[in-house]
Design a protein around this ligand. Sequence first.
Ligand code: NAD
Ligand code: UDP
Length: 338
Amino acid sequence: MATILVTGGAGYIGSHTCIALLAADYEVIVLDNLSNSSPEALQRVQKIAGKSLQFIEGDIRDSRVLDQIFAEYAIDAVIHFAGLKAVGESQQIPLTYFDHNISGSINLVQAMQRAGVFRLVFSSSATVYGDAHPSPLNENMPTAMPNNNYGYTKLVVEQMLEKLAASDERWSFALLRYFNPVGAHPTGHIGEDPQGIPNNLMPYITQVAVGKREKLSIFGNDYDTPDGTGVRDYIHVVDLANAHVCALKNRLQQQGCRAWNIGTGRGISVLEIKNSFEQINGVTIAFEFAPRRAGDIATCFADNARAIAELGWQPQYQLEDMLKHSWNWQKQNPQGYR
Ligand code: NAD
Ligand code: UDP
């Protein structure tokens, strides 16, 4: 079976993807600098999968480490999660984001070229559509300049990979445009473990539920949406992880650069998330309405037809599972991996 290098494999989406890869009998090599993750996540991944993986602590910006990995292991393809992802922080320290997300990706692809490895699945985001189009968003719509530096790094790397694939037919890139990943492994043993105050809705809600935060601020209730709160396409992290295995299989057989939306195709409002979380999990989430958050758009959900048709992928989990599993993880691990 093929051997896959997973950068950022100790992180939230990476750890779930490692389980999916091990379950599909791939050999897994993880490279992670642990800047936003814990080695404990990888211990639990191996326990859940009942199989082992190789972990190398290191940075994608370090060519020496990359060359060593490619020399030591016969890597067939790379899944590239490593990077920084906090939108607000990317406005404060743009150069750091450009360094990890753009220079880091260039460094990785250069090392791949030196090693003769030409297949890569890239973690992109729905943010590359900007706010130029009405939802559902499909891959034929032109990308637009995202309104924050994090999104900009995703667009730059997408465009760079497209140009690279056009320059040399050996390259094969999957650009997976994630919508809103939520949920946790059904065992409750791995999940999202944000450091400090969560930026995202679901971990904020679970931290209110577990008593770590006082109340949820709902950013804006005057959007042009059915209940006035923002609408997003929430996708279970296990479904997202499985999409990587499907994209990998596709890339092991095909050349070129291709983008796929990974979402459920269903838009859900912040209030619906809060209310359903309360109902399904039998807890109360204190909340207040707060001003809109800078840079947020009213509505964003996917047209996922291309991924379903071309990758043989299909989301399996319902909203109820996403909410149950998020809570299950938080309840079992009130301090995350610490
Ligand atoms: P995460 O922070 O949990 O995982 C990223 C991992 O990369 C972490 O383990 C971190 O330690 C590691 N890392 C960061 N910089 C590194 C570097 N220079 N070298 C080596 N390792 C490094 O984030 P996640 O939610 O799992 O996201 C994974 C990828 O998906 C990221 O590229 C992110 O931008 C992208 N993405 C995430 C979301 C989301 O909502 N979670 C949405 C769209 C896209
Ligand atoms: N949101 C909110 N309160 C929070 C965090 C998020 O009301 O504490 C809203 C946000 O305005 C958006 C939705 O929840 O409408 C999803 O936000 P998140 O940051 O999780 O993901 P995004 O869609 O911004 O990538």
